[in-house]
Ligand binder design. Structure first.
Ligand SMILES: N[C@@H](CCC[C@H](N)C(=O)O)C(=O)O
Length: 304
């Protein structure tokens, strides 16, 4: 019998199987990822996250991170086994896992970690317990006039009467953001089937549907509120997506013009996250992260 020690955690119910593998000894192949993420034959999760030394993982992104002084690397996989460049909720959960493994106290200062979308930071607020991720830049995928004016593609989805204009946003991974008119339209979506994006992004896309909900007064100015649902590439509908929430804030900020808030509270089915797009080259994502369980799994027993 081969035993794999794993942990289960989530960030606003975007849930992950976590593996602590400092020396990169686990053969984390597609089959193992799918089996671990399987909700009946495995542990179940939207993705699998390996906490691994940047110096030990044989991957160009890990080597770049190690050269830049980021000793730890988030090796992220979607539940279908595919590799994704980045996972915003995943970085928060990685931070909680890093602390649980006794590697440091993130309330004392941020950790710089490697990802396949470059180096990110994560810290924990000692008072609220929320983790904040330095996400780096959010960019429009296309610099066409149409994109700058607010839309560069169209999305069709079950439950929508017609295709809707959409905007492609790069958060290190690809996103396509659609604005809907009201919460009823959002609730009426059927995301059991993948939305269709036209033109189709070459490497697929996560698709977010967002409804602006007005503004509230914050300590340093107005805070925008919005609700979103997401269909994640390599997964399906999830209850939250951190990079997706950031992409929504980037799009709403562009669509709202100069008067649009820079800070956003985004309601997702699994809770709420905060996004700050004051500096589009240094976006931040804040929210909770929970480690729920430690599990010793018999590899041969996994049947995903
Ligand atoms: N849930 C994540 C995003 C995970 C990767 C995504 N499915 C992709 O393929 O790009 C998040 O919180 O950002």
């Amino acid at each position: 019998m081969t035993t794999i020690r794993a942990y289960k955690g989530h960030g606003t119910r975007n849930d992950f199987v976590l593996i602590y593998d400092p020396q990169s000894e686990v053969d984390l192949n597609d089959d193992l990822v799918r089996a671990l993420a399987d909700r009946r034959g495995g542990i179940g999760g939207d993705g699998v996250i390996r906490l691994v030394s940047s110096h030990a993982l044989d991957d160009p992104a890990a080597r770049t991170a190690a050269d830049a002084g980021a000793d730890w690397f988030m090796d992220y996989r979607n539940s279908d086994g595919s590799i994704a460049q980045m996972c915003g909720n995943g970085v928060r959960v990685f931070g909680a896992f890093f602390e649980l493994m006794g590697l440091g106290d993130l309330s004392g200062g941020p950790l710089a970690l490697g990802t396949r979308a470059g180096i990110k930071t994560v810290s924990r607020d000692a008072v609220t317990g929320w983790f904040t991720v330095g996400m780096g830049p959010g960019n429009l995928v296309h610099s066409t006039e149409a994109a700058i004016a607010g839309s560069d593609s169209e999305v069709a989805a079950a439950g929508l009467d017609r295709p809707r204009p959409a905007l492609s946003v790069d958060m290190g991974n690809p996103h396509t953001v659609v604005a809907l008119a009201d919460p009823d339209e959002l609730a009426g979506l059927d995301l059991s089937r993948a939305p269709q994006v036209e033109p189709a992004p070459p490497h697929g896309s996560n698709v977010e549907f967002a409804v602006p909900l007005g503004e509230i007064a914050g300590e340093s100015g107005p805070v925008g509120r919005a609700a979103m649902r997401v269909f994640e590439r390599g997964v399906g509908e999830t209850e939250s997506c951190g990079t997706g929430a950031c992409a929504v804030a980037v799009a709403l900020n562009l669509w709202g013009g100069p008067a649009a808030p820079a800070k956003w509270l985004i309601d997702v089915p699994g809770g709420q996250v905060g996004v700050d797009v004051s500096d589009l080259t240094a976006i931040t994502l804040s929210g909770p992260a929970v480690i729920l369980a430690r599990l010793d799994i018999e590899r041969e027993g996994l049947s995903g």
